[in-house]
Write a protein that binds this ligand. Structure first.
Ligand code: PGA
Ligand code: ZN
Length: 428
């Protein structure tokens, strides 16, 4: 048995060159472990609130106050606690914070401490984190959703939709999934460059394209899948993160890049046509975080042949998942630990989704680091899908590469991808 001796934080840098919180946990046994909090850009209103310094320095994004909160409030509150008791550690932090949205000590502080404690517990048990979490359960690698084009808030609105993703649903291993998507990624980049439409790299590493319309980006992705030698739909399909809260205001949906305004029904008709015309198997946040009726209508119309994910819509809160999914909104949940702020509450959200028969996808944020915790959470908790952005830049590749290592260490794994995913697709 080992106890927490100290919890120390420092300010480090994320993939956007902004400060974020790193935490080092020291145990009485001598074990030391660390974790870093990620940060979103298109955040949901219901997320745990980050503690940032404000002012002019680093666009107000400094985390000196969060570092201080860890060192002066959280560390004494956790000192002496059993490292194996993650629920008690997380509960003690929530109590010390005392707010419903973690705004006093900061969701960023709590996330980094919670994850660092989890790593310390696995090291104390002398197990890889994924194995510490899975216990004796048989586990497998998640199917990745990998961004090819970035838009929305991650590319200054070059197109309105946020993520155009490749899902290698026909691949038979994680390793093969990455190999296939690598070919698609490079085919997409080559075509963009030839057409003079490549504006650079968006926040999550995908190409930052110059397309005439949102649909043109979908068409370009289909072409890239074909150019890479794959059959769209059978081998590699398309996922979209629409992040529609970003283009919703005053009750209407406004695609600025196309100068078009839609009401809820008009937008749903466009989505329905796309699902008909393109190999799209997953759509995330198709309606705004407050538009329950929109999500219900979408799920009713398309839920039998489309994965409909709530991200900002659920913000990884178990109570919100229960309440909204019971109303028939969405059939899958995006899980981001820093949306809720602790490992234990993330687990509660997953349990809530599972209990209601919803699938889950563990996800990174647009602001990331070398931290690979989410890959271990996905494998160890048996989450069948993983979304960490694109196929470039080391904050993304660190996570894909960690998945490769785990797949090799695992030996025998569950069927890949998990058979229950996308049941409407004909499978061999
Ligand atoms: P964010 O976006 O990390 O900027 O919030 C990621 C997503 O919407 O999935
Ligand atoms: Zn999203």
């Amino acid at each position: 048995m080992s106890h927490i001796q100290s919890v120390r934080a420092r300010s480090v840098w994320d993939s956007r060159g902004c400060p974020t919180v790193e935490v080092v946990v020291q145990l009485s046994s001598g074990v030391q472990a660390r974790a870093i909090a990620p940060a979103g850009a298109s955040t949901g209103a219901g997320e745990a609130k980050e503690l940032r310094d404000g002012g002019h320095r680093f666009k107000g994004l400094g985390v000196d106050r969060a570092v201080q909160a860890v060192n002066e409030v959280i560390s004494p509150a956790l000192k002496g606690m059993l490292i194996a008791d993650q629920p008690a550690i997380d509960a003690a932090m929530c109590l010390a914070d005392g707010t419903p949205d973690k705004s006093r000590l900061g969701g960023n502080s709590l996330t980094a401490v919670s994850l660092a404690c989890l790593w310390a517990a696995s090291q104390q048990a002398d197990l890889p984190l994924w194995r510490y979490l899975s216990g004796s359960d048989e586990v497998g690698l998640p199917l990745p959703e990998i961004q090819i084009f970035g838009g929305g808030a991650h590319a200054k609105g070059s197109v309105d939709l946020q993520d155009f993703l490749a899902i290698p649903n026909g691949a038979t291993s994680f390793t093969q999934s990455l190999e296939w998507v690598a070919e698609v990624y490079h085919a997409a980049g080559k075509a963009l460059t030839q057409q003079g439409k490549n504006l650079g790299v968006a926040d999550e590493g995908g190409f930052w394209p110059q397309f005439g319309s949102n649909e043109a980006a979908i068409e370009a992705l289909v072409k890239a899948i074909e150019a890479a030698g794959f059959q769209p739909g059978r081998d590699v399909s398309i996922g979209l993160d629409l992040a529609a809260t970003q283009y919703h205001a005053d009750g209407v949906y406004h695609w600025r890049s196309e100068n078009k305004i839609f009401d809820r029904d008009q937008l749903l008709q466009i989505y329905a046509r796309w699902v008909n015309d393109y190999p799209i198997i997953s759509m995330e946040d198709g309606f705004s975080e407050d538009d329950i009726q929109g999500m219900q209508a979408m799920t009713q119309l398309l839920g039998h042949r489309l994965q409909i994910i709530g991200d900002d819509f659920f913000v990884t809160h178990a109570s919100r998942i229960k309440e909204r999914a019971e109303m028939g909104a969405c059939n899958a949940v995006l899980i981001k630990p820093n949306q809720v702020g602790t490992v234990s509450e993330t687990w509660q959200a997953l349990k809530a989704a599972k209990g209601l028969g919803l699938d889950s996808i563990i996800s990174a944020r647009s602001g990331e680091t070398e931290d690979v915790s989410i890959v271990h959470l996905a494998v160890g908790w048996g989450v069948p899908q993983l979304k960490v952005g694109s196929f470039s830049r080391s904050e993304r590749m660190a996570k894909w590469n960690e998945g490769l290592r785990i797949e090799q260490d695992l030996g025998r794994t569950l069927p890949y991808p998990r058979k229950h995913l996308f049941p409407w697709l004909s499978k061999p």
